[in-house]
Design a protein around this ligand. Structure first.
Ligand SMILES: [Zn+2]
Length: 237
């Protein structure tokens, strides 16, 4: 991304909270980098076993959902080209209750081991879900501890960062990735997360119609900049 793009990104580490975060938010970017030869490691803090969507019509229960979501995530990773998948084995919806130091330490260990050129995670304030914010906060702390904050980027939802000034950022704080050539892979990964996506009718429209629902860009915020939400702008997404 930007400065790293010039020397060629070779390793990317994405640290998210649930199976599907990687696909629904930045699947196009992951597919794009993987297609260029970047080795991608995805860390999912949980297996998403507390998700409210249990299939449509429901065919999962609290006992079976974790394994199903792990299976679906593995398939999405295969489609997107994510090489390695790791779990932190935290129970879904409890990431915020895990000792912050401990969590940051675990992520730091992987950061030091992998030495990624780019690290992606959630913004600790704008994650939109307590698990997202908590894993984002811990990963940010881990990057700081490892002295690699300049390699950290926060994912953002939809095209909210098309207008970064609303959030106290400038255009130079935002990396905009053209994923128009990866939208079919993104759609296939959406469909791989079947128990989560099958209730969304648009996902199952003919490919061309479904792909048209995606934005052509995914946006990332460089870490280390202090954003400030303008009054009246909604903070969560
Ligand atoms: Zn999530």
């Amino acid at each position: 991304m930007n400065h790293t793009e010039q020397r060629g990104v070779r390793k990317l580490l994405a640290v998210f909270a649930h199976p599907d975060d990687e696909t629904f938010i930045c699947g196009g970017t992951l597919a794009k980098y993987a297609g260029e030869g970047t080795e991608i490691t995805l860390v999912s803090a949980t297996r998403g076993e507390m998700g409210r969507r249990m299939g449509n019509p429901p065919y999962l229960n609290r006992e079976t959902i974790a394994a199903a979501r792990e299976r679906e995530l593995r398939e999405a990773c295969r489609i997107l080209g994510v090489r390695e998948l790791k779990f932190l084995d935290i129970r879904d919806k409890t990431v915020e209750f895990i000792d912050e130091e401990l969590l940051a330490g675990r992520v730091e260990t992987w950061i030091r081991e992998i030495d990624p050129d780019v690290i992606l995670t959630f913004h600790e304030q704008w994650g939109g879900h307590p698990d997202h914010c908590a894993i984002g906060k811990a990963t940010t702390a881990a990057c700081r501890r490892a002295g690699l904050e300049e390699r950290l980027f926060f994912i953002s939802f939809g095209d909210m960062m098309e207008r970064p000034e609303l959030f106290g950022y400038t255009r130079t704080d935002v990396v905009k990735i053209d994923v128009s050539a990866q939208l079919e892979l993104k759609l296939a990964a959406f469909r791989a997360h079947r128990c989560q996506s099958e209730i969304d009718e648009w996902v199952w429209l003919p490919d061309r119609e479904a792909v048209a629902r995606f934005g052509k860009y995914e946006y990332f915020i460089k870490a280390g900049q202090t954003g400030q939400v303008r009054p009246g702008v909604q903070r969560s997404f």
